[in-house]
Design a protein. Structure first.
Lengths: 315, 327, 277
């Protein structure tokens, strides 16, 4: 399914390039600023950044990537304000908190800067005035994960949230409970590996009857995996996660995890730069409100291929 | 002769540094940095640190530290957000209660420091953890998530809101509070007997007490002031973002102390300036946002800040020694 | 004339240690009463009692004929007993004016608020310092820019200005060079002439002899007695302070050193040794 989407986009772009004669004028390179909430310690965002950098190289655009040091909405809104004041040709942002960031994004739109949102904020993107959203519809993806677990007979499950306050993650959890049919408890952990692992271990001890675990990211999945291994439960509990990492993929290959939901975050960095560049230079824009980059399920069947790419920071 | 006097003021080093940094960013990143929106951007960042820094600097001059201000931002912000969204309190009541809470915590901090004679560094380090932990614990207990949002609808029309929200004359309200506080507290430090007592309490508390200065009262009221200014900042942030989260304000206490030190305050107390701390906050704001305009990666912000802190301290040290040399 | 301060049978114990035993002491207005004794004699304990830092374990403390029980240094200060401790209670980073008026800042009203009247304070400070012969360029310069002797002078001028009836000086000349010490001794005499009673604590007999009217010698918590100037000699005081025999040994040692060192220093030491013999 994901292959079809990317194929569609590639085809659209290819056709549009052929259809419009490109003027042979030497243009000033477009200046694009990318501002995300991606914490440096989160391996997920390194992949996004790689996508951004590849697209920058391919289009020749002048692209900057900025993020605050930790998950801090106030700092993020200030970074967006600064980006707007630099008067770029295009702005790409993630929207983990529409309340806190809405004002800054609306200011960008009012300043006639085209904005594309990625990764989080699919539900508010259009309302705030963004051109389109590139990412995964979180609630839908969560629902699919929930349905998958329900089909395997899971009734009691726990969701591990490693970045509380991120609305996108909340939506995933919400969708999951919907798809599962029974509400799942949310266990909040932090980016600190040891603390998260201990929190999960404690939970497992107190709830020996839990049948399914869903992590909302590798930062939560990896400590949870260790907690399961320590408790001797790896492979005995249905365990899935959002997003990929080398550790997650190896666990899937070893059948200690059942699935990972790939939102192909590389495309979340790559595509917006390509699209923004084409919009700035030629006024071209795909007609969808949301360009879906997921969910794709990585399972023990296809894990091996993905593992190699994950090591390269592409998946 | 007047110029010589200017040279020996504690703020001089910070002032020179601020001018230098401004010129640097204006030259290297003029387009964004010098624009109106760019200026408002770094002024707003400066104002948020500045509101804390000016109170913290007063306390430092009196010889004490308050490491708990960052946690207080999270705590009072959460109190307001939860009271309004979970318990349907009117905003003005939540604001008043949050201020009262901070005054109580400030009083306890000060009282503990005086009574136990332990370094305030230790006492407020403990309260920093305590406050943060209680904030996280209680918030999860009440709501099962670590942030409260959606305040926008509740706060429309509340009569206290305009004090902490909006852009009078185009400048964000935080900037007005920052400038106002700097002027009032600076004037209080340099022009009132109380200010003299602040210097004395930091220079030699025992000697001051022997001459009749009410050192305990001075210090406790300054602890209450730092806590209240943390709450002020929290209110501004909560109303601006329409939400509060349990980690708000983390590490702000270090930024406030750095601003005060850049502004000429001695860690050992007894010397410094509120105006200097305000300039120190301005420097922090200029650097934090200025880097964005220069297209250097924001990852380097910490390194630049550390380098600047060191340079500012060395400069201030040198200038102060020259001021103290026998004339 | 009645004594302004009278101590009778004052003793002070710290736990098992007897810092002071049965001390009797009188101070008259306009008199310089020197309190002599080697280190550890109990001088600082005695002045701490006089200045309100400690309460005596036993004995009577009379001020202007009435018994007093001092609970704090502030109380002593308010009564008119001004103490200049060795550390001076001068905050070197603060200006001379602010130091001078610390705790007793002159105020002027501005609406509902009380301001520190800085101009008035600076003027008074400059005047008072001029009166004792210190010319400062700027009363707002930090106290740290003054020399040790000048700082002593400011401390004394402060005490006198705020109406001290008794001035207690704790080792004012101990950290000073010869010239500076002479200046401080001059201020002591000036204060005495104003009618203030001065208690001058020192372990330097020469300085004491230069200005003192009365001398009390302490040794290991006890008093050897109080002597008026007419009743004694400097050498006697020295003998009492050091305890006789020890000083003779010292004289012999100095003699030996002076014979080994041909330089100027040796000569002076030799001369001193001769004088002490």
């Amino acid at each position: 399914m994901l292959k079809l989407t990317s194929l569609r986009i590639a085809a659209a772009l290819a056709l549009s390039v052929l259809a419009v004669p490109i003027p042979a004028i030497a243009q000033k390179k477009p200046h694009i600023i990318v501002v995300t909430h991606g914490q440096v310690s989160d391996s997920f965002w390194v992949v996004v950044k790689n996508g951004v950098q590849l697209a920058a190289k391919e289009t020749g655009a002048n692209v900057e990537y900025r993020a605050p040091e930790k998950f801090d909405m106030v700092a993020l809104s200030q970074l967006i304000d600064a980006a707007v004041a630099s008067k770029p040709d295009g702005l790409i942002v993630s929207i983990p908190d529409a309340d806190a960031l809405g004002k800054s994004i609306k200011a960008a739109v009012a300043a006639k800067i085209p904005v594309i949102s990625i990764n989080s904020g699919s539900d508010v993107s259009k309302k705030l005035g963004c051109l389109l959203h590139i990412g995964q519809e979180e609630e839908l993806a969560g629902k699919k994960a929930g349905e998958r677990m329900q089909a395997e007979g899971v009734k009691k499950a726990v969701v591990i949230n490693q970045e509380v306050g991120n609305v996108a993650l909340d939506l995933r959890a919400k969708g999951f409970s919907e798809g599962l049919g029974t509400p799942a408890e949310v266990l909040a952990v932090t980016m600190d590996f040891t603390q998260s692992r201990d929190a999960v271990s404690a939970y497992l001890q107190k709830n020996p009857d839990v049948q399914g675990i869903l992590a909302l990211g590798p930062a939560g999945a990896e400590p949870a995996l260790q907690a399961l291994q320590n408790a001797g439960l790896a492979g005995k509990v249905k365990f899935g996660t959002f997003d990929l990492s080398p550790t997650v993929l190896q666990a899937i290959a070893k059948k200690e995890m059942d699935f990972a939901i790939d939102q192909q975050q590389f495309l979340q960095g790559y595509l917006p730069v390509i699209i923004m560049d084409n919009y700035i230079e030629y006024g071209l824009l795909p007609a969808n409100d949301t360009v879906l980059t997921g969910p794709g399920f990585v399972t023990p069947d296809n894990a091996a291929q993905v593992i190699n790419l994950s090591k390269k920071g592409i998946r | 002769m007047n110029f010589k006097k200017l040279l020996t003021r504690p703020e001089f080093g910070a002032f020179v540094a601020a001018v230098g940094i401004f010129v640097f960013f204006a030259a290297v990143a003029g387009e964004g940095f010098l624009s109106i929106s760019g200026t408002i951007n770094y002024l707003e960042v400066a104002a948020q640190v500045g509101i804390l820094a000016v109170s913290v600097s007063l306390l430092m001059i009196a010889g004490e530290f308050d490491l708990s201000v960052g946690s207080m931002i999270g705590a009072s912000g959460m109190i307001i957000a939860l009271a309004v969204t979970q318990f349907d309190w009117p905003l003005w009541l939540a604001i008043i209660v949050a201020f009262l809470f901070s005054l109580v915590v400030g009083y306890v901090n000060g009282w503990l420091v005086i009574k136990t004679r332990l370094p305030s560094f230790i006492i407020t380090l403990a309260s920093m953890f305590l406050l943060r932990g209680l904030t996280i614990g209680f918030t999860l207990l009440i709501t099962n998530v670590t942030r409260a949002s959606g305040l926008g609808t509740y706060t429309e029309g509340d009569f206290l809101a305009p004090l902490f929200l909006g852009r009078p004359l185009g400048l964000p309200i935080s900037i007005w509070w920052w400038i106002g506080l700097s002027l009032i507290l600076g004037w209080m430090l340099f022009r009132t007997p109380f200010g003299n007592w602040v210097f004395a309490a930091g220079g030699d508390a025992l000697a001051a007490r022997n001459v009749g200065v009410p050192v305990a009262r001075v210090k406790i009221s300054l602890f209450m002031l730092t806590a209240a200014s943390a709450t002020l900042l929290a209110i501004i942030q909560v109303l601006d973002t329409g939400s509060a989260d349990v980690l708000r304000g983390e590490q702000k206490e270090l930024e406030a102390i750095a601003s005060a030190v850049i502004g000429g305050c001695l860690l050992s107390g007894g010397y410094g300036s509120v105006y200097g701390a305000a300039i120190g906050a301005l420097i922090l704001g200029m650097v934090q946002e200025g880097i964005v305009f220069t297209r250097i990666s924001t990852d380097w912000f910490r390194a630049v800040l550390g380098g600047m802190l060191l340079a500012a301290v060395l400069l201030n040290n040198y200038l102060r020694h020259r001021a103290l040399r026998s004339r | 004339m009645d004594p302004i301060i009278k101590l009778e049978g004052i003793s002070k114990q710290f736990g098992k240690v007897n810092a002071l035993e049965d001390i009797s002491f009188q101070l008259f207005p306009g008199e310089v009463h020197c309190l002599l004794g080697d280190n550890g004699a109990g001088k600082s304990t005695l002045i701490k009692i006089l200045s309100g830092v400690h309460r005596p374990s036993r004995g009577e403390f009379l001020f202007e004929g009435k018994p007093v029980h001092l609970d704090s240094p502030r109380q002593a200060l308010d009564m008119g007993i001004a103490t200049v401790f060795q550390d001076l209670a001068m905050l070197s980073l603060m200006s001379i004016t602010r130091n001078f008026f610390l705790g007793r800042e002159p105020k002027k009203r501005l609406g509902p608020v009380q301001l520190f009247d800085a101009t008035y304070a600076a003027r008074i400070t400059e005047e008072e310092l001029r009166k004792i012969g210190i010319k400062i360029r700027d009363a707002d310069q930090p106290v740290g820019t003054l020399s040790g002797g000048e700082r002593q002078a400011v401390a004394i001028a402060r005490a006198v200005y705020f109406g001290a009836k008794v001035l207690i000086l704790d080792e004012p000349t101990s950290a000073l060079g010869v010239k500076e010490a002479a200046v401080v001794l001059k201020y002591i005499v000036q204060s005495k002439l104003k009618g203030i009673g001065v208690i001058f604590i020192t372990h330097n007999v020469h300085h004491a002899w230069a200005v003192g009217d009365t001398f009390t010698v302490l040794n290991r918590g006890r008093s050897y007695g109080t002597f008026k100037r007419e009743e004694t000699h400097r050498e006697n005081l020295l003998q009492m302070m050091a305890g006789g025999e020890e000083l003779d040994e010292l004289a012999v040692e100095l003699d030996l050193i002076s014979k080994r060192d041909p330089g100027q220093a040796g000569e002076i030491e030799h001369r001193m040794a001769k004088e002490l013999e």
